[in-house]
Design a binder for this molecule. Sequence first.
Ligand code: HEC
Ligand code: HEC
Ligand code: HEC
Ligand code: HEC
Length: 263
Amino acid sequence: MKYIKIILLIVLIVSITEKGNAQSGITNSLHNFSSASWNQWGSNGLGGTSATSTSGRIGGQICAPCHAPHVYTSNVSPGSSVIGPMTSAPSNAPLWSHQLSAVTSYSTYSGYNMDSTALAQAAGGPVGTSKLCLSCHDGTVSMNYYRTFSASTSGIKPILMSAINGGASNLGTDLRNDHPISFVYDQGLSQRTNNGVYDPTSHASGIILGGSATNGTIQSDLLEGGTLLQCTSCHDPHNGAGAPHMLVKSNTASALCLTCHNK
Ligand code: HEC
Ligand code: HEC
Ligand code: HEC
Ligand code: HEC
């Protein structure tokens, strides 16, 4: 009996410790949509929002709201065999299946003492992979607007970011209170006088993936195409590092900020 109690105690301690340690991988993140009520390919099937047939669909999927193995043209009827690239997806989008935001007038960070404004934040707002994030996080496109479904598909209730978790992850379209994104961060920027950022071509990123250091630089590990600072400079939508808030590395003692900022 005593031994059983001890074993049970050990099991309890181990399970508590495991919960205490953040686990990597999308399955252990808020991006695991497999049981989200709005996920038409999730374990809830149609989430009780539609009478549309689920026939042939494989439920419990995590990736479906963002990627599809064959990307369907947006906003076509369920069951339609129309397959093609998403009309407005960036050309480099990875098999992107979520409807993009139509917003073109984001208010972008104008800067306190930014040098990079001289290098121009993209006109018209964010570009590249940040647009993929904003397809949910700017709060204008419903979560369940992907693959062959849309808010306008009969019976599907649109669910916006504002309706999830009190809107905690809704950045909105005013990005002036968010870290600047979609601008060039190069060696030239690091050599300007005001900014105090490291040379991205030589400074180590300190990124650890799968338990091993990548030994890469800020440029190779954190900048899209080796040039642009994007949402993905700080976040990995697949939670590869297992850091809180799906950060690319832990920000304990501001370690993420100090990766680029020489402060
Ligand atoms: C919340 C949206 C989201 C979900 C869910 C998601 N991804 Fe991604 N994925 C992205 C974004 C955004 C990018 C482009 C930026 C990047 O590379 O991180 C991407 C890029 C990729 C890439 C190419 C670049 C790379 O990182 O390897 C692959 C492969 C990929 N995803 C696979 C998957 C698979 C497999 C799943 C499901 C297990 C999945 N993704 C789930 C958003 C998502
Ligand atoms: C991937 C590199 C990178 C990371 C990580 C990063 N920054 Fe930045 N940050 C930059 C660059 C580059 C600029 C633009 C500097 C410039 O143009 O003068 C910038 C701009 C800023 C600015 C605006 C400065 C101004 O003059 O208006 C602030 C404030 C800032 N970062 C704070 C932070 C904080 C806080 C963190 C951590 C949560 C962080 N940054 C993480 C690269 C980074
Ligand atoms: C298909 C819609 C969708 C896309 C695309 C998407 N997200 Fe999310 N994201 C969500 C939802 C839903 C949540 C959960 C919100 C909540 O519970 O507050 C979330 C949560 C998050 C969180 C909070 C995680 C935490 O633990 O606090 C971060 C950070 C995040 N997303 C970043 C990103 C980034 C960066 C991208 C692009 C690379 C992206 N997301 C693309 C839907 C999306
Ligand atoms: C310079 C680094 C940096 C960039 C760039 C960045 N984030 Fe974050 N983000 C963070 C950090 C750090 C946190 C953790 C919360 C905090 O410290 O305030 C966070 C938190 C979040 C959260 C959780 C908010 C909450 O209160 O639960 C979401 C969602 C999010 N980011 C989405 C995005 C999206 C989408 C983009 C691009 C438009 C983006 N982030 C760009 C560093 C960044």
